[in-house]
Design a binder for this molecule. Structure first.
Ligand SMILES: *Cc1c(COP(=O)(O)O)cnc(C)c1O
Length: 368
């Protein structure tokens, strides 16, 4: 057996394939998009995209064109939609690579239409999130301009889409209604978009009327819930990332020993301290100091004291812990270990942020 990396984010591609299947079965749309932006939420964009391709997913989603080009360089041929562009972007490479472009405003549309080749675009309406997308007052002008560019063969309008704010059922349904209205305006302008889409994981599961032709699946693919700790297992999802490191050193100390910067933690009895080589430089949130859970040899302990840049300490009492034992910060609760959601609670954030930030010196490995 090859030794495991000192610091390892082990990605279970089988879990990712399983989660895609579970989400598709639960949402029943013609098309599913797997969102692989930001290194596939820290899981590795190319590896996740290949797995998505093998499961028969129809689309991949990324924020930036560069993320889309990275997939093409890895010879991933699935349709890709990229939606967040540098205002000064050269859209040529994306058009050449057959990457669909999300379009949010008129100047962006005109620049895309002026790019050599025929860009496939998906027009985005802001139905209430207040982020990207044309506001309803700008929408008619945008779709009429798109129809004009399409008539002369400068672009192809493949889709119309938007994004939910997850601000409660009434707000979701108001966004669905605003979306339907925007689609009607697009049709009046002469467009016949093939693909309408509004829902990410939370909407795909919780708002059936938001599913339309395609759902954009992000967090659920990685086995985490957009709603909180319970529903991940309820939805039959399996967390795909296990973050662990080898215990780097172990020492016995007396009662009343201060641990880590500021001595926020003090031992209350003679005890054993295990040093884990993971810190905020690797994406472990310092805000979880004193709280973040760590499992060593089947027992879960809170981090003792402050999380430093490169390391954290665990007070394991009188447990038999040796150098090289595996310290698991999070993984699949079915293995009896803490979850990314537990870390999110300890750091007062969401599980999305926990996995996406994992990086630094941590080596990603894969199993299927
Ligand atoms: C990130 C993102 C998604 C995926 O969201 P999840 O909540 O992770 O499923 C879908 N659509 C857009 C536009 C996004 O930015």
């Amino acid at each position: 057996m090859t030794p495991r990396p000192f610091r390892e984010a082990r990605i279970d591609l089988g879990a990712i394939a399983h989660n895609i299947g579970a989400l598709r079965a639960a949402t029943a749309t013609d098309y599913a998009m797997v969102v692989v932006k930001s290194r596939a939420y820290g899981h590795g964009a190319v590896e996740v995209a290949r797995t998505a391709e093998e499961t028969g997913v129809e689309w991949l989603g990324v924020a930036s064109i560069e993320e889309g080009l990275e997939l093409r360089e890895a010879d991933i041929r699935l349709p890709v939609l990229a939606w967040l562009h540098d205002p000064a972007a050269d859209f040529g490479p994306a058009v050449d690579a057959g990457i669909d472009l999300g379009v949010s405003y008129l100047d962006q549309l005109d620049r895309i239409a002026a790019t050599p080749g025929v860009a496939a675009v998906q027009l985005k309406i802001d139905t209430g999130l207040g982020r990207n997308g044309a506001s309803p007052t700008e929408w008619r002008e945008l779709v009429e301009a798109a129809a004009a560019h399409a008539r002369v063969g400068r672009i192809m309008v493949r889709g119309v889409w938007s994004h939910l704010a997850n601000a409660g059922e009434d707000a979701d349904l108001a966004q669905v209604a605003a979306f339907e209205q925007a689609v009607a305006v697009a049709r009046e302008a002469g467009l016949a978009p093939d693909i309408l889409h509004l829902a990410a994981t939370a909407g795909a599961i919780g708002v059936p009327s938001a599913r339309f032709d395609l759902v954009r699946l992000g967090i659920g693919v990685y086995g985490l819930s957009p709603f909180g700790p319970e529903s991940s297992a309820e939805l039959g999802l399996r967390p795909a990332m296990e973050l662990s490191a080898a215990v780097a050193s172990v020492k016995r100390v007396g009662a009343s020993s201060g641990v880590s910067y500021g001595h926020d933690y003090r031992t209350t009895r003679p005890t054993t301290l295990a040093l884990v080589p993971l810190g905020y430089g690797d994406g472990i949130p310092r805000h979880a100091s004193g709280r973040g859970p760590v499992s060593i040899n089947g027992v879960t302990y809170p981090v003792a004291g402050r999380i430093a840049m490169d390391q954290l300490v665990v007070d394991v009492g009188d447990a038999e812990v040796g150098v090289g034992d595996r310290a698991i910060l999070f993984g699949d609760p079915a293995d009896g270990v803490p979850t990314a959601t537990d870390w999110a609670e300890a750091a007062d954030t969401i599980d999305y942020e926990i996995v996406t930030r994992i990086g630094g010196r941590i080596e990603r490995t894969y199993r299927s």
